[in-house]
Design a protein around this ligand. Structure first.
Ligand SMILES: [Zn+2]
Length: 179
């Protein structure tokens, strides 16, 4: 089937076929809706096979967003995997609270009183524990940021993908054969 190039005001060219004559198409570059000439006037347009496109395939913004969003999301997820899962068992208040909530009161009390008899009530944290705690918090922050980036990337992919899917609806072709 012969493909004709319909010029747009944004200097892009939209490929149209005879089946779309008399209908409307959306410019892939700027999103303008363009009227496709009637069948008899189509042949005045430049044919697509007449000359190769000067500079590659122009990406629609939504396609670029899908691509970049996917890359950013995947990269952030990989980076957060590389950091590793959240450290457990570190003497950090949140982990301790979670661990205490996970056991029943009697066990918690027993462990607590055994711990008291062993280490005393108040014990300043050792330097290694402080360093470990700092490292853990730092890694938590980085991991949180990466997860945020991954989530934003995924959202962008979904949003742009939806936009592309909506734009991909078949163009309305008013079936009015020229002659
Ligand atoms: Zn355009």
């Amino acid at each position: 089937m012969t493909t004709y190039l319909l010029p747009c005001a944004c200097s892009a060219e939209v490929a149209v076929t005879a089946g779309q004559a008399g209908g409307r198409v959306e410019c892939r570059q700027c999103g303008r809706e363009l009227a496709v000439p009637k069948l008899g006037d189509l042949s005045r347009l430049r044919r697509q096979d007449a000359a190769p496109r000067p500079h590659g395939v122009a990406w629609r913004p939504a396609q670029a967003v899908v691509f970049l969003g996917a890359i950013a999301s995947a990269a952030a997820l990989l980076a957060s995997l590389w950091i590793g899962p959240r450290a457990t068992g570190v003497l950090d208040e949140r982990s301790l609270r979670t661990a205490v909530r996970a056991v029943d009161d009697l066990t918690a009390y027993r462990v607590w009183s055994e711990g008291l008899s062993r280490v005393g009530v108040r014990r300043p944290p050792a330097d290694e524990e402080l360093a470990l705690l700092r490292q853990t918090r730092f890694a938590d922050g980085i991991r949180g940021g990466l997860h945020l980036v991954a989530a934003c990337g995924a959202l962008a992919v979904v949003a742009a993908g939806l936009r592309l899917a909506l734009a991909a609806k078949p163009p309305r072709t008013s079936a009015t054969p020229g002659r």
